[in-house]
Ligand binder design. Sequence first.
Ligand code: URA
Length: 434
Amino acid sequence: MRMYDIIHKKREGGELTTYEIHFFVQGYTQGEIPDYQASALLMAIFFRGMTQRETAALTLEMARSGDMVDLSSIPGVKVDKHSTGGVGDKTSLILGPIAAACGVKIAKMSGRGLGHTGGTVDKLESIPGLRTDIPRQEFFRIVQEVGLSIIGQSGNLCPADKKLYALRDVTATVESLPLIASSIMSKKIAAGADAILLDVKMGSGAFMKTLEDSRALAREMVRIGSQVGRRTVALITDMDMPLGSRIGNALEVQEAVEVLSGKGDRRLRALCLELSANMIYLGGHAPDMPKARAKAVEAVRSGRALEKLRRMVEAQGGDRRAVYDPSLLPAAPVTLEVPSPAGGYVAGIAAERSGLVSMHLGGGRATKDSVIDLAVGFVLNKKTGDAVAPGESLATIHARDEKSAAEAAEKLAACFSFSGTQPAVPGIIRDIIR
Ligand code: URA
């Protein structure tokens, strides 16, 4: 078999056999197929697409390219969750503790942030002492004892996806439905959970800009999950504006603690309760969704969810006092208010561009090897739909120095749009695919 023929077949719109997909994934992971041929195939897939059968075959090949985690030694239904990524997305830090407080077992491997999107592992590492590089047996023990552990993705989980994702990133082939669906689902299948909850983001800060595209991606992933015997549910949720009010690693840990204390941004709270209710239901800890929702609300109200986060932090070597005392988290030396250039109502806040503001402050990675500053970011004082007077503070920048604060303030102000009339703010949950 020749890689040339596989590229040619896809270029002409043909359907690849399972063996051809196996040949490509294996050969590329082992370094036998060069980047230039893999790039050509990715571009052909980008333009020609893949059938459901091809996408499922690609997913399984990538899942099997490295370790397949076996969670069967941990009793109970293990539920995993994945977000397709966005700005200010700290939901894993909130719904993990809520669902675990309701009996769900969560053994979660998370990623680091890249570009305008943040990553759960970076956020967690802003808690002093907390380790995310935990050996497999210790990880399993924490899940058994605490019910919840969140660590970094192990070195040999889906090496095919690791290589292919890096190649897609530099060959303009990220935004392809079969490539995104197989990339996400291969990692979830290899991570070993019995059930998978997907948070598919849509809007200006997401890979999928429209409801139609997000639905298609969600359906494809739910179909793949079901085919391999994992109960899979996808929620389609809004990423037209940043999620919550705090953007930046330590700032987002603070906001997660706020929500787990029953306070914080209303939309973020609503989303986290709905996602955790779905995890509780998928994990078999409630007979229906209304009862699952009631359990999630009670876990927050009683303080049990916050206590779960504290126990996880402690088990992973972190300073548990930081969960109750935000002054123990890294703090930026400079803060600067962003005055509103206009009056009226906030009509929108560009999600992707505001994520880049946080990245330029040092809070995100421009490349995979960048070192990030856990303390910097910004706090939104006004959200879409809020009334604002000229000069009133739209946001507070948290920066390392005066120069970067001033630059970020100017860029963040430009992310806001204004209107003379109050805009309607659509609900955060747009659809659910079961
Ligand atoms: N997240 C992933 O893990 N893979 C993609 O292709 C896109 C988002």
